[in-house]
Design a binder for this molecule. Structure first.
Ligand code: PGA
Length: 251
Protein backbone atom coordinates (compact mmCIF):
# COMPACT_ATOMS: atom_id res chain seq x y z
CA UNK A 1 0.00 0.00 0.00
CA UNK A 2 1.41 3.36 -0.97
CA UNK A 3 0.01 5.43 1.86
CA UNK A 4 -2.69 5.88 4.45
CA UNK A 5 -3.98 9.11 5.88
CA UNK A 6 -4.99 9.98 9.42
CA UNK A 7 -5.61 13.31 11.16
CA UNK A 8 -3.62 15.25 13.69
CA UNK A 9 -6.17 17.85 14.78
CA UNK A 10 -6.87 19.92 11.68
CA UNK A 11 -3.75 18.69 9.86
CA UNK A 12 -3.68 15.72 7.51
CA UNK A 13 -1.06 13.04 8.18
CA UNK A 14 0.07 10.79 5.32
CA UNK A 15 1.88 7.58 6.25
CA UNK A 16 4.09 6.14 3.50
CA UNK A 17 5.58 2.69 3.10
CA UNK A 18 8.40 4.08 1.03
CA UNK A 19 10.53 7.19 1.47
CA UNK A 20 10.76 7.54 -2.33
CA UNK A 21 6.97 7.85 -2.65
CA UNK A 22 6.96 10.42 0.14
CA UNK A 23 9.63 12.48 -1.64
CA UNK A 24 7.76 12.26 -4.97
CA UNK A 25 4.46 13.40 -3.42
CA UNK A 26 6.19 16.22 -1.52
CA UNK A 27 7.87 17.38 -4.74
CA UNK A 28 4.55 17.21 -6.58
CA UNK A 29 3.18 19.86 -4.19
CA UNK A 30 6.04 22.15 -5.22
CA UNK A 31 5.67 21.43 -8.94
CA UNK A 32 1.92 22.04 -8.80
CA UNK A 33 2.39 25.30 -6.91
CA UNK A 34 4.96 26.60 -9.42
CA UNK A 35 2.78 25.61 -12.38
CA UNK A 36 -0.27 27.35 -10.92
CA UNK A 37 1.69 30.36 -9.67
CA UNK A 38 5.13 30.84 -11.28
CA UNK A 39 5.82 33.77 -8.92
CA UNK A 40 5.10 31.63 -5.87
CA UNK A 41 6.72 32.58 -2.56
CA UNK A 42 8.40 29.55 -0.97
CA UNK A 43 9.86 28.95 2.49
CA UNK A 44 12.49 26.23 2.47
CA UNK A 45 14.34 24.26 5.14
CA UNK A 46 17.73 22.61 5.37
CA UNK A 47 18.79 19.36 7.05
CA UNK A 48 19.41 15.76 6.11
CA UNK A 49 15.73 15.03 5.43
CA UNK A 50 15.71 17.53 2.60
CA UNK A 51 18.84 16.41 0.75
CA UNK A 52 17.03 13.60 -1.12
CA UNK A 53 13.99 15.85 -1.53
CA UNK A 54 15.97 18.62 -3.26
CA UNK A 55 17.82 15.99 -5.33
CA UNK A 56 14.46 14.66 -6.50
CA UNK A 57 13.19 18.17 -7.29
CA UNK A 58 16.37 19.05 -9.22
CA UNK A 59 16.23 15.82 -11.25
CA UNK A 60 12.57 16.11 -12.16
CA UNK A 61 11.55 19.76 -12.41
CA UNK A 62 12.39 20.25 -16.08
CA UNK A 63 10.54 17.15 -17.14
CA UNK A 64 7.50 18.41 -15.21
CA UNK A 65 7.65 21.69 -17.15
CA UNK A 66 8.40 23.70 -14.02
CA UNK A 67 10.61 26.76 -13.67
CA UNK A 68 11.96 28.54 -10.59
CA UNK A 69 12.94 31.65 -12.51
CA UNK A 70 10.08 33.80 -11.20
CA UNK A 71 9.82 32.17 -7.77
CA UNK A 72 10.92 33.81 -4.54
CA UNK A 73 12.33 31.61 -1.79
CA UNK A 74 12.86 32.45 1.85
CA UNK A 75 14.71 30.18 4.22
CA UNK A 76 13.34 28.93 7.50
CA UNK A 77 16.57 29.63 9.39
CA UNK A 78 20.29 30.41 9.30
CA UNK A 79 23.11 30.14 11.84
CA UNK A 80 24.40 33.26 13.55
CA UNK A 81 28.09 34.00 13.06
CA UNK A 82 28.90 31.92 9.99
CA UNK A 83 29.86 33.81 6.84
CA UNK A 84 27.41 33.07 3.97
CA UNK A 85 30.26 31.31 2.14
CA UNK A 86 31.06 28.95 5.03
CA UNK A 87 30.72 25.30 3.91
CA UNK A 88 28.18 24.69 6.70
CA UNK A 89 26.08 27.84 6.29
CA UNK A 90 22.53 27.36 5.10
CA UNK A 91 23.35 29.73 2.24
CA UNK A 92 25.86 27.12 1.07
CA UNK A 93 23.48 24.21 1.75
CA UNK A 94 20.75 25.79 -0.39
CA UNK A 95 23.10 26.52 -3.29
CA UNK A 96 24.64 23.07 -3.19
CA UNK A 97 21.42 21.10 -2.79
CA UNK A 98 18.99 23.15 -4.85
CA UNK A 99 19.75 26.56 -6.27
CA UNK A 100 22.82 25.61 -8.31
CA UNK A 101 20.86 22.72 -9.82
CA UNK A 102 17.67 24.52 -10.87
CA UNK A 103 16.94 27.77 -12.71
CA UNK A 104 16.52 29.79 -9.50
CA UNK A 105 17.61 33.43 -9.70
CA UNK A 106 19.92 34.00 -6.78
CA UNK A 107 18.57 37.53 -6.24
CA UNK A 108 15.23 35.86 -5.42
CA UNK A 109 16.80 33.46 -2.90
CA UNK A 110 16.44 35.40 0.33
CA UNK A 111 18.14 34.03 3.43
CA UNK A 112 18.49 35.70 6.82
CA UNK A 113 21.89 37.32 7.32
CA UNK A 114 23.38 35.55 10.32
CA UNK A 115 26.26 38.01 10.24
CA UNK A 116 24.17 41.16 10.44
CA UNK A 117 25.62 43.68 12.88
CA UNK A 118 22.20 44.24 14.43
CA UNK A 119 20.55 40.83 14.60
CA UNK A 120 17.24 42.08 16.01
CA UNK A 121 16.99 44.55 13.17
CA UNK A 122 17.76 41.69 10.75
CA UNK A 123 14.90 39.59 12.15
CA UNK A 124 12.50 42.51 11.65
CA UNK A 125 13.81 43.15 8.14
CA UNK A 126 13.36 39.47 7.22
CA UNK A 127 9.87 39.28 8.64
CA UNK A 128 8.92 42.45 6.71
CA UNK A 129 10.43 41.05 3.52
CA UNK A 130 8.08 38.05 3.78
CA UNK A 131 5.10 40.34 4.33
CA UNK A 132 6.09 42.58 1.42
CA UNK A 133 6.12 39.54 -0.88
CA UNK A 134 2.52 38.88 0.16
CA UNK A 135 3.31 36.02 2.55
CA UNK A 136 4.37 32.43 1.95
CA UNK A 137 2.48 30.26 -0.56
CA UNK A 138 4.23 26.97 0.18
CA UNK A 139 6.47 26.08 3.10
CA UNK A 140 8.40 22.90 3.90
CA UNK A 141 9.43 21.97 7.42
CA UNK A 142 11.54 19.29 9.01
CA UNK A 143 11.17 18.25 12.65
CA UNK A 144 14.05 18.08 15.12
CA UNK A 145 14.44 15.11 17.45
CA UNK A 146 13.14 17.44 20.19
CA UNK A 147 10.14 18.55 18.10
CA UNK A 148 11.55 21.85 16.90
CA UNK A 149 10.39 23.43 13.63
CA UNK A 150 12.85 25.80 12.10
CA UNK A 151 15.02 26.49 15.13
CA UNK A 152 12.02 27.11 17.39
CA UNK A 153 13.00 25.00 20.36
CA UNK A 154 10.55 23.50 22.90
CA UNK A 155 8.78 26.20 24.90
CA UNK A 156 8.80 28.79 22.10
CA UNK A 157 5.43 30.59 22.06
CA UNK A 158 3.20 29.60 19.16
CA UNK A 159 2.71 33.32 18.52
CA UNK A 160 6.45 33.98 18.00
CA UNK A 161 7.75 35.97 15.03
CA UNK A 162 11.18 35.77 13.38
CA UNK A 163 13.79 35.91 16.13
CA UNK A 164 17.28 34.96 17.32
CA UNK A 165 17.46 31.68 19.26
CA UNK A 166 19.91 29.95 21.55
CA UNK A 167 20.05 26.41 20.19
CA UNK A 168 19.10 23.57 22.54
CA UNK A 169 21.89 21.19 23.60
CA UNK A 170 20.23 18.35 21.63
CA UNK A 171 20.13 20.54 18.53
CA UNK A 172 23.80 21.51 18.88
CA UNK A 173 24.63 17.82 19.28
CA UNK A 174 22.62 16.89 16.16
CA UNK A 175 24.32 19.70 14.21
CA UNK A 176 27.83 18.87 15.47
CA UNK A 177 28.19 16.01 12.97
CA UNK A 178 28.50 18.68 10.28
CA UNK A 179 31.12 20.68 12.19
CA UNK A 180 33.78 18.04 12.74
CA UNK A 181 36.63 19.58 14.68
CA UNK A 182 34.95 22.99 14.60
CA UNK A 183 32.86 25.03 16.92
CA UNK A 184 29.12 24.25 16.43
CA UNK A 185 27.06 27.46 16.28
CA UNK A 186 25.08 28.18 19.42
CA UNK A 187 22.68 30.70 17.93
CA UNK A 188 20.52 31.04 14.85
CA UNK A 189 17.89 33.24 13.26
CA UNK A 190 14.61 31.42 12.69
CA UNK A 191 11.18 32.27 11.40
CA UNK A 192 8.85 32.25 14.41
CA UNK A 193 6.10 29.67 14.85
CA UNK A 194 3.47 32.37 14.28
CA UNK A 195 5.24 33.35 11.05
CA UNK A 196 5.54 29.71 9.94
CA UNK A 197 1.87 28.96 10.60
CA UNK A 198 0.70 31.85 8.39
CA UNK A 199 1.92 30.13 5.22
CA UNK A 200 -0.94 29.20 2.89
CA UNK A 201 0.34 25.61 2.66
CA UNK A 202 2.67 23.80 5.08
CA UNK A 203 4.31 20.42 4.44
CA UNK A 204 6.22 18.82 7.32
CA UNK A 205 8.36 15.81 6.42
CA UNK A 206 9.72 13.22 8.85
CA UNK A 207 11.79 10.27 7.64
CA UNK A 208 13.76 7.52 9.31
CA UNK A 209 13.80 5.87 12.71
CA UNK A 210 15.52 8.83 14.36
CA UNK A 211 12.19 10.69 14.11
CA UNK A 212 9.88 7.91 15.28
CA UNK A 213 9.93 8.83 18.95
CA UNK A 214 9.17 12.54 18.48
CA UNK A 215 6.46 11.83 15.90
CA UNK A 216 4.83 9.39 18.35
CA UNK A 217 5.03 11.96 21.15
CA UNK A 218 3.63 14.71 18.97
CA UNK A 219 0.67 12.68 17.68
CA UNK A 220 -0.17 11.65 21.25
CA UNK A 221 0.27 15.03 22.87
CA UNK A 222 -1.97 17.20 20.74
CA UNK A 223 -1.15 20.90 20.73
CA UNK A 224 1.49 21.91 23.29
CA UNK A 225 4.29 24.49 23.25
CA UNK A 226 6.55 21.77 24.67
CA UNK A 227 6.53 20.29 21.14
CA UNK A 228 6.78 23.14 18.63
CA UNK A 229 5.71 20.97 15.66
CA UNK A 230 2.40 20.28 17.42
CA UNK A 231 1.33 23.80 16.34
CA UNK A 232 0.35 22.05 13.11
CA UNK A 233 -2.59 20.41 14.93
CA UNK A 234 -4.37 23.74 14.62
CA UNK A 235 -3.49 24.25 10.96
CA UNK A 236 -5.97 23.07 8.34
CA UNK A 237 -3.45 24.01 5.62
CA UNK A 238 -0.84 21.61 6.96
CA UNK A 239 0.11 18.14 5.84
CA UNK A 240 2.54 15.89 7.70
CA UNK A 241 4.35 13.27 5.61
CA UNK A 242 5.85 10.32 7.51
CA UNK A 243 7.74 7.35 6.09
CA UNK A 244 7.66 3.84 7.56
CA UNK A 245 10.88 4.43 9.54
CA UNK A 246 9.38 7.42 11.35
CA UNK A 247 5.95 5.82 11.88
CA UNK A 248 5.31 5.05 15.56
CA UNK A 249 4.25 1.52 16.53
CA UNK A 250 0.52 0.90 16.37
CA UNK A 251 -0.09 3.18 13.37
P1 PGA B 1 17.21 16.76 9.85
O1 PGA B 1 16.82 18.08 10.65
O2 PGA B 1 16.42 16.76 8.59
O3 PGA B 1 18.68 16.94 9.60
O4 PGA B 1 16.88 15.63 10.74
C1 PGA B 1 15.50 18.35 10.93
C2 PGA B 1 15.42 19.53 11.84
O5 PGA B 1 16.21 19.58 12.81
O6 PGA B 1 14.59 20.40 11.60
Amino acid sequence: MKRRTIRFGKAEVALYDSTEELMADAAEELFRTLIEKPKAVLALPTGATFEPFYAYVASNYKERGVSFKDAVAFNIDEYVGLPAGDPESYHTYMRKNLYDKVDMRMENALLPDGNARDLDEETRRYENAIMSQGGIDLEYLGIGVNGHIGFNEPGTPFSSRTHVVELAASTQKANSMYFLGRHTPKRAITLGIGTLMEARRVILMATGERKRDIIGRMLKSGKTERIPASALADNGNAKILIDSGATPPGL
